[in-house]
Design a protein around this ligand. Structure first.
Ligand SMILES: Nc1ncnc2c1ncn2[C@@H]1O[C@H](COP(=O)(O)OP(=O)(O)OP(=O)(O)O)[C@@H](O)[C@H]1O
Ligand SMILES: [Mg+2]
Length: 371
């Protein structure tokens, strides 16, 4: 199952502009219909719609509840918020949840989709008073576009030049008050001036085992799959602390359960299905293991530069940095040093290899916290 970094802003969650009134609403969830549709429709159907349905990230949710509650009470527009973290942890979901809780429209776009100033102007002038604008992959905004966003964020104004050359005339448009919700998988790539203009930014964390179990059970309930505690634990443990992966694995295991037993999921069917899907007991898939084995075996435990690892795997550097490394760092299988990446003793051990004496311990502490 491919886990790719964001490639471009067109299509999927990241593309398209204009009002997407949120997938909120209280209607029943038409899983039967969406089941026949795409992966994305399925994930959307399982998306929590309000603070109460949003599992985990408790500190963040508490902070957001206060901010949203105060804004609603004071009848002011919510501040601009930025959410950072690896793919699939719930950043887009949060934007929808916030818009639903505020009772405002959510307009959705992404950094790469806003490829010229006119598009930004169209997006901003389409906003209604108090609306929220969600910009996914905001670190990929063109610098020129970014500069045009500053006055919009600070003073709700947009400067336009009409005409060309010496006859060009500057026109300032007043915009409605709005909330910018930004999401990024690469906080480090965000420019300081843009970061400064957010009232609040937050790094989402990988979910711990109890939260992951709750997410698996909730999804199973919503799509009417019977699952016992062991089954939920097995899927939760192998989902890299990531709700999107949990939902995906649940669907795959559901297929095995349907074909090979009565359709209900227990620990053993979950375990055997996930083994066959090449997802190991720590949730590493073939790309993660390829990465780890490249450092351990090909590069003798490191230190090795990311470009060399990418070349050895014929993989894009960005995919490794955004998708593979954050989790391996989190569980302590690798470590980053000024001279490059190194595999820890825990990383060697996970691959069934004997660690050289130079390898740092890594692992256990972090892993214990997650699982
Ligand atoms: N806290 C949560 N509780 C339950 N389910 C969640 C939670 N967060 C995310 N999900 C599920 O995971 C899926 C992925 O979440 P989402 O699309 O918000 O991730 P993302 O951080 O925006 O990822 P990307 O960086 O790839 O855009 C959602 O469809 C939702 O079903
Ligand atoms: Mg998203």
């Amino acid at each position: 199952m491919a886990r790719k970094k964001h490639t471009d802003g067109t299509g999927g969650n990241n593309g398209g502009e204009g009002g997407e009134g949120g997938d909120g609403g209280d209607g029943p969830r038409e899983i039967g219909a969406t089941e026949r549709n795409t992966e994305r429709a399925w994930q959307t159907a399982l998306r929590p719609r309000n603070f109460d349905e949003y599992i985990g990230q408790r500190d963040l949710i508490e902070n957001l509840k206060v901010a949203v509650g105060a804004a609603k009470q004071g009848k002011w527009t919510l501040d601009h918020f930025l959410f950072a973290g690896p793919p699939g942890l719930g950043k887009t979901t949060l934007a929808h949840v916030i818009a639903t809780e505020m009772g405002v429209n959510l307009h959705v776009s992404s950094g790469p989709a806003i490829d010229h100033k006119g598009k930004l102007a169209a997006l901003l002038t389409n906003l209604g008073e108090g609306d929220a604008l969600f910009i996914d992959e905001i670190h990929r905004l063109h610098p020129v576009i970014e500069e045009n966003l500053y006055p919009a964020m600070e003073d709700f104004r947009f400067d336009l030049f009409i005409g060309d050359g010496p006859h060009a005339k500057a026109v300032t448009m007043q915009l409605p008050r709005f909330t910018l919700l930004g999401a990024t998988t690469r906080m480090g790539l965000l420019s300081a001036p843009l970061l400064d203009r957010f009232g609040f930014h937050w790094q989402l964390r990988y979910y711990d085992l109890p939260d992951m179990k709750a997410i698996v059970k909730r999804s199973a309930r919503l799509i009417d799959i019977e699952i016992d505690d062991d089954g939920a634990t097995e899927i939760a443990r192998r989902s890299r602390g990531t709700p999107r992966i949990a939902n995906r694995l649940l669907r795959r295991v559901r297929d095995f359960a349907k074909m090979e037993s009565d359709g209900s999921i227990d620990g053993s069917i979950a375990g055997s299905s996930l083994d066959r899907l090449a997802v190991d007991h720590a949730g590493l898939d073939s790309l993660d293991r390829g990465y780890l084995s490249s450092i351990c075996e090909r590069f003798d435990g490191g230190p090795v530069g990311i470009e060399s690892i990418a070349a050895s795997l014929s993989e894009e550097r960005g995919t490794l940095e955004e998708v593979v490394e954050p989790f391996l760092l989190q569980v302590g299988f690798i470590s980053r040093t000024p001279r490059g990446r190194i595999a820890t003793a825990a990383g060697f051990q996970h691959m069934g290899l004997v660690a050289p004496s130079k390898a740092p311990t890594g692992g256990a502490g972090n892993q214990g916290r997650l699982f």
